[in-house]
Design a protein around this ligand. Structure first.
Ligand code: CAA
Ligand code: NAD
Length: 304
């Protein structure tokens, strides 16, 4: 529907209520950092089981020391959790939201459908943000009206959300309202993170560099040039990375890594058809066997 929201929207209208879609690895972490900074959060997922898993991750993280922010908001775990409400009602979750952050499965059609549904009910002033790793905002927003596209960006967080300081703020050049960018940069700072700006391009900054690196690591092992353990040790001790590429791929989730490669191989401007991104049979076999990384208890390594 191309309903025109002609009403003037104050670009500086405050963000206070945030709806987060997806209570997985990323959505639960984003909900936690927003609530820690005093924001009211509504966390949505498909089923209560998905929500409970997300809440469990948040409670576990809050039980660890040194998660404090400088904000004056009440920092006890109970107070933080009290700012997070949960629901499986997709439309109700965003009814009063000032900002939607979408962190559901890395699938273009699923993300497109979600935003079309939300566009019918969200406030005209609501900012739509995707946490996509690899897809274009332009493609995710393809079925939205111009007024919604104007208020759409990516807010790309990093895993583990509570620990990683960066948020990429990505925008559609000539489409996203430029006045949103200082507002969102200020919000990112307010939740204790550091923003960087990027145009709408596959992988933005970090994944554009990190995904090919991960792929090279996997190909090195698939060729038999070195072992998984030795590649990880090499990059930690020889390049100073905090984790090796296989530890990192296990933390990201092999299913998500696979979806990123496949989408780039099939569609991404400037990358489509590049044989580097062709999903390998070895990776497909791991996913078919349920070896998705940390979240499933086994990936390149085993987790107890
Ligand atoms: N919630 C849950 N778990 C947390 C956590 C939190 N808030 N903070 C830390 N952890 C976990 C760690 O993962 C680790 O797990 P276990 O307890 O299960 O062993 C443990 O807590 C130890 O944490 P420490 O802070 O003591 O560990 P550390 O100092 O070694 O740092 C790290 C851990 C911050 C993850 C560090 O290893 C690191 O920076 N790794 C690289 C991470 C990275 O590159 N992330 C980006 C991935 S790409 C991406 O996210 C984009 C995308 O679109 C795919
Ligand atoms: P996850 O697998 O932990 O969680 C995904 C969530 O999406 C699940 O809770 C699931 O219930 C929900 N979901 C699945 N199918 C759905 C559907 N058809 N409709 C609605 N919801 C559905 O994934 P994640 O790692 O949290 O990734 C979420 C998003 O964040 C993806 O776009 C991913 O690319 C991106 N991202 C991931 C990382 C990472 O390191 N894992 C980092 C940055 C960005």
């Amino acid at each position: 529907s191309d309903n025109n929201h002609a009403t003037a929207i104050d670009p500086n209208s405050a963000i206070s209520h945030i709806a987060i879609y997806g209570a997985g690895i990323m959505g639960s972490g984003i909900a936690q950092v927003a609530a820690q900074s005093g924001y009211k959060v509504t966390l949505w997922d498909l089923t209560q089981t998905d929500i409970d898993r997300g809440l469990h991750a948040i409670r576990r993280s809050l039980s660890k020391p040194a998660q404090k922010t400088e904000k004056s908001a009440d920092q006890t775990a109970d107070a933080i959790l009290a700012r997070i409400s949960t629901t499986t009602d997709q439309l109700q979750a965003c009814a009063s939201a000032d900002l939607v952050i979408e962190a559901i499965v890395e699938s273009l059609s699923v993300k497109q459908d979600l935003f079309v549904r939300l566009a019918a009910v969200a406030k005209p002033s609501c900012i739509f943000a995707t946490n996509t790793s690899s897809l274009l905002i332009t493609d995710i927003a393809a079925n939205l009206c111009a007024a919604r596209k104007k208020r759409m960006v990516a807010l790309h967080f990093f895993n583990p959300v509570v620990r990683m300081k960066l948020v990429e703020v990505a925008y559609m050049d000539g489409v996203t309202d430029p006045q949103l960018l200082p507002l969102l940069k200020a919000w990112v700072c307010d939740i204790g993170k550091v923003p960087v700006l990027c145009r709408d391009t596959p992988g933005f900054i970090v994944n554009r560099l990190l995904v090919p690196y991960n792929i090279e690591a996997r190909q090195l092992v698939e060729r038999g040039d070195a072992t998984i353990e030795d590649v990880d040790t090499a990059m930690k001790l020889g390049a100073g990375y905090p984790m090796g590429p296989f530890e990192l791929m296990d933390m990201t989730g092999l299913d998500t890594g696979y979806r990123i490669m496949k989408a780039w191989y099939e569609n991404a401007p400037g990358l489509a058809g590049d044989p580097r991104f062709k999903p390998s049979p070895a990776m497909e076999a791991m996913i078919a066997n349920g070896h998705l990384g940390r979240k499933s208890g086994q990936g390149y390594y085993k987790y107890t």
